[in-house]
Design a protein around this ligand. Structure first.
Ligand SMILES: [Fe+2]
Ligand SMILES: [Fe+2]
Length: 215
């Protein structure tokens, strides 16, 4: 079989997988493959075009590239790649793995496609104004079949209506709401981007409902 170079990168997918396997634990590698598979499956079910399907798959595969780095390594990488670090992030450097991962894949594979880079960057916090690729990777990360809780997967999958264009936003809202509730219960810090992402989903669902009423 001839391996072709992945679009948006300067290497083959096989090379990317080998690199990832060497950086991650067995579990985390399986999680990454699961996220790739799930992102592609969701994109296909929602009938996105091939471009979105490919970018979601690549984002899913690479989203946790920096997950196993130590706090020290993450902070050093931020310094090297000029990633700004807030005081909260300094206190919990693990929250930096999405941004460091994004810089690493740029550097390692020449991936600069904004959709892939941003899907990696915002896979834990979300943000306002997420693209379909970003949403697909965000959701796939939480419900991939290799390592995530089967009950949670079932719950989210039950919310999926592939004929409803608002489903991605509704599922995003459900996940963001449960994340925020969990963090409040645990008295943990909530990243402002998570609140912004949540509010953005509420607005977009409301706007869509208003449009439907006016039709
Ligand atoms: Fe992650
Ligand atoms: Fe993940």
């Amino acid at each position: 079989m001839v391996e072709t170079t992945v679009r948006y990168a300067n290497v083959t997918e096989e090379a990317i997988r080998t690199w990832l396997k060497n950086r991650l634990s067995e579990d985390r590698f399986m999680h990454s493959l699961g996220a790739q598979q799930k992102a592609i499956e969701l994109a296909r079910n929602f009938k996105f075009d091939q471009d979105v399907i490919e970018k979601a798959g690549m984002g899913g595969l690479l989203h946790d590239a920096a997950k196993l780095m130590t706090p020290q390594e993450l902070l050093e990488a931020c310094n090297t790649f000029d990633v700004p670090v807030t005081e909260d992030e300094k206190r919990s450097p693990q929250t930096l793995h999405p941004f460091v991962g994004a810089e690493m894949v740029k550097w390692e594979f020449g991936i600069t496609e904004p959709d892939i880079i941003n899907a990696i960057r915002y896979h834990t916090t979300g943000r306002a104004g997420m693209t379909p690729v970003e949403k697909l990777v965000f959701i796939a990360d939480k419900i991939e079949g290799n390592t995530r809780n089967p009950l949670y997967i079932q719950k989210i999958t039950a919310l999926m209506n592939y004929r409803d264009s608002q489903t991605l936003d509704k599922v995003m809202l459900y996940i963001l709401d449960s994340t925020i509730t969990f963090l409040i219960e645990k008295r943990q810090i909530i990243h402002p981007r998570t609140i912004e992402a949540r509010n953005d989903m509420v607005q977009s669902i409301k706007a869509h409902n208003r449009e439907n009423l006016n039709q």
